[in-house]
Write a protein that binds this ligand. Sequence first.
Ligand SMILES: Nc1ncnc2c1ncn2[C@@H]1O[C@H](COP(=O)(O)OP(=O)(O)OP(=O)(O)O)[C@@H](O)[C@H]1O
Length: 231
Amino acid sequence: MLRLEDVWKVYQMGKVEVSALRGINLEIERGEFMVVLGPSGCGKTTMLNIIGGIDRPTRGRVIFDGKDITNYNEDRLTMHRRNNVGFIFQFFNLIPTLTARENVEIAADLVESPRDVDEVLKMVGLADRAEHFPAELSGGEQQRVAIARALVKNPPIILADEPTGSLDFETGKAVLKVMREINRKEGITFVLVTHNSAIAAIADRVVYLRDGKVERVERNLHPADPDEIQW
Ligand SMILES: Nc1ncnc2c1ncn2[C@@H]1O[C@H](COP(=O)(O)OP(=O)(O)OP(=O)(O)O)[C@@H](O)[C@H]1O
């Protein structure tokens, strides 16, 4: 569903060039749960931002559903992000002055064919917390709101950047379980980036990134249930 072809990202820092991505070739399959693993600074966030159309490559191509989105102008890229990609971040990025329901509603209002807000709140187990503000919710609950906000847009792909990075172990596993369930039941493709190698076990495929390059890709024939993993 999405392909990176020889993708490079070079940042100019004064006179110094930093090559965050150095020739990434990667095909993301429809409906898969992909985990991208690698040490800090290897380019995970940069790659995710390019996959999601938040950022553009310096060189190479990004093909989404057969369409070359590499050279989309800002407006087209915004429309692409809005309608086709859900994002989940480490620090949730909720609007503090809006309730859980309102945080989901504003995402729904932006897209052409959103899902039902109450239905997605139920899917993430937050039906009875809908009227709470983020500060009145636990970290795990806030991340569920963020998952609902991504899901309500009804996107074919959801990208998650260290989604368990600010959660304790048990809460993190519960959040992974919700994402895995949505992936399986709704057929939504997930790409999750993390430096936490324990999470690799739940993936359909694991991409090992190192120094801006794909080191190897492994397929899990029997992905573990999030309940079974430890870190
Ligand atoms: N906007 C930027 N300007 C300059 N350099 C950048 C920028 N963004 C990232 N980099 C550099 O690119 C490299 C890759 O960064 P990136 O954030 O993608 O790595 P990461 O694997 O996600 O790391 P972490 O796990 O610590 O978040 C790093 O060397 C980083 O310093």
